[in-house]
Design a protein around this ligand. Structure first.
Ligand code: ATP
Length: 235
């Protein structure tokens, strides 16, 4: 479904990604793991159109994304829940979910079905639908960011560190929802520093170190891999 071919992304002289090749198949959940500054967010932003690519190409369902802006990529079915959540603090939960999708609804699809789906997945958001964004807990904000990304009816969901800044129990809860979304058949590319959680939902994973993919395998195999266990699982 998605293929990144020999991708290089740089910020001025700083090369953040070098020759990255990665594939995500339809219905798969793929994790990209790596330490702080490895280039994980940079890769997601290259896919969603927020970072220009210096060389290489990104193909989504047979279409090169090279010349497409992020709005076109959303229309093609790529939707991202950003790191740090980026919800609108002064808007209610429901407004965050509905307003964020105004541009994406070119065919004026009814919003009610999508809202209902988001609330089914995250009942806690339903209870807090009239509460302002800033007053939500970290876990609830993360759920809102994921719910908002789903409002665009994506075929590929990009998740940037869903566990960031959350207490372990809340991070687990968010990942239970991610698992549920994956089980529904949606294709997911998730970026994570928390390797245990990432490998708990992923079918396959890539390990990124200073801008290069150094390992790729099934999640089952990576959990047993000595390098991964020592560097990322603390064992
Ligand atoms: P983290 O988990 O800390 O977010 P990451 O793996 O997502 O890390 P990136 O944010 O993609 O890493 O950063 C990769 C590299 O690119 C880092 O060295 C970072 O300092 C650099 N970088 C990221 N954004 C910019 C920018 N806007 N300008 C210059 N350098 C940047």
């Amino acid at each position: 479904m998605l293929a990144c071919n020999d991708l290089t992304v740089a910020y001025g002289d700083i090369v953040a990604l070098q020759g990255v090749t990665l594939e995500v198949g339809r219905g798969e959940t793929v994790a990209l793991i790596g330490a702080n500054g490895a280039g994980k967010t940079t890769l997601l932003h290259a896919i969603s159109g927020l970072n220009p690519v210096r060389s290489g190409d990104i193909i989504f369902e047979g279409t090169s994304l090279a010349r497409l802006g992020s709005d076109r990529r959303v229309a093609l079915g790529i939707s991202q829940a950003p790191e740090g959540r980026r919800i609108f603090p002064g808007l209610t939960v429901e407004e965050n979910l509905t307003l964020a999708t105004v541009n994406w609804r070119r065919w004026r699809q009814p919003i009610a079905d999508d809202l209902a789906r988001a609330f089914d997945l995250f009942p806690r958001l339903k209870e807090r639908r009239r509460q302002l964004g800033w007053s939500l807990s970290g876990g609830e904000q993360q759920m809102l960011a994921i719910g908002r990304a789903l409002m665009a009816r994506p075929r590929l969901l990009l998740l940037d560190e869903p566990s960031l800044g959350l207490a372990p129990r809340l991070a687990e809860e968010v990942y239970e929802r991610v698992r549920q979304i994956a089980d529904s058949g949606l294709t997911i590319l998730v970026v994570e520093q928390n390797t245990v959680l990432a490998l708990s939902v992923a079918d396959r994973a890539y390990v990124l170190e200073t801008g290069r993919i150094v390992l790729q395998d099934t999640a089952v195999n990576l959990k047993q891999n000595t390098r991964v266990r020592e560097a990322y699982l603390g064992r």
